[in-house]
Design a protein around this ligand. Structure first.
Ligand code: BMA
Length: 315
């Protein structure tokens, strides 16, 4: 008997996609995409990357009671590049958000674009109104980073994606204090020949499940007409998250709908935020569409874990 191929039915796109688009913005914007996501006092907060009409990005908060509709967007940019800070000269991009369990803070890891390339910076916030900017964590070129919500063996853990000779694997690093990072290791490498052969990078921050940390990642393949950005899954060990337990052979979401081919970079589905609702077992995945709008796809966590159990063990 063959296993039921669940992968392409795991995630269901929300019928109202895209949920956020530049036309809804309270001020001129070229694109609104790749948001970080958090549940704050029961309300969904998306910290959205907004590309202005110069081509530089900043981050702006959009809030919704149900995470789908009636978004209230801050009337002006929420987090902007700091004036005269070289590391942020060309903007702020692609935030990921986790709530740190050992302190009453949300950690926002975002890409600051320096003239030497992209790097990862950290800001802490309690309310998404005021932010304490900790600054760069790792030098360029590096992006697609998130902390884990808790420490392991007294160390904070960062997933990130350095770019080395044009190719990019996902790495994991450790810190006693959120400032000094070391013990760097490759976590998830590209797979030559596969759909994720060119680059892989973190999608949403790691999500704790009874079976391990769920990683939703993006994988890139180069084609004659450009890159295709698709979504894959991996499961990391619960206590030793530097060990990958399972990795999906196949992608579970990729550009298919006409709106996913429409925008500045057609053919991009770029997951960046997720919210898990234990009461309904629903995983809400927020993803950038074609570097222009924001989409939502949902899945049952139990289906995801069932599916991952059918996928190859890694170590
Ligand atoms: C990546 C990042 C993302 C972007 C994606 C597709 O390298 O720059 O911000 O969404 O490419 O263009």
């Amino acid at each position: 008997m063959t296993t039921k191929p669940l992968n392409h039915s795991l995630f269901r796109r929300y019928s109202g996609n895209p949920i956020l688009a530049p036309g809804q913005w309270p001020y001129p914007a070229n694109a609104v995409f790749n948001p970080g996501a958090a549940l704050v006092d029961g309300e969904t907060v998306l910290l959205v990357r907004v590309e202005d009409m110069r081509g530089f990005s900043h981050l702006t908060v959009a809030r919704s009671a149900d995470g789908r509709t009636n978004w209230r967007v801050d009337p002006a940019p929420t987090l902007q590049p700091e004036a005269n800070v070289r590391e942020e000269r060309w903007g702020l991009e692609d935030p990921r958000i986790v709530r740190l369990e050992d302190r009453d803070d949300y950690a926002v890891t975002y890409v600051s674009f320096s003239s030497s390339g992209p790097l990862v910076s950290l800001a802490l916030t309690k309310d998404f109104v005021t932010f304490d900017r900790i600054g760069p964590l790792v030098p360029p070129e590096d992006k697609d980073a998130s902390l884990f919500p808790r420490q392991f063996g007294g160390r904070y853990v960062l997933i990130h994606r350095p770019i080395i000779r044009g190719e990019a694997d996902v790495w994991i690093s450790f810190s006693p204090d959120l400032r000094h990072w070391g013990d760097h290791r490759v976590l998830l490498p590209v797979r030559p020949g596969w759909w994720d052969s060119h680059r892989v990078g973190l999608g949403a921050p790691p999500i704790e499940t009874p079976e391990g940390w769920l990683l939703v990642y993006h994988g890139v393949r180069m084609t004659a007409s450009g890159s295709i950005y698709r979504v894959g899954l991996a499961l990391l060990d619960l206590e030793e998250p530097w060990r990958v337990r399972r990795r999906s052979d196949e992608w579970v979401l990729g550009p298919r709908k006409p709106y996913e081919q429409l925008g500045d970079v057609p053919g991009v589905t770029f997951p960046s935020g997720a919210i898990y609702i234990p009461e309904t077992d629903e995983l809400r995945l927020y993803y950038g569409i074609a570097d222009t709008t924001v989409g939502l796809a949902t899945a049952d966590m139990s289906d995801i874990l069932d599916y991952l159990r059918t996928q190859p063990e890694c170590s």
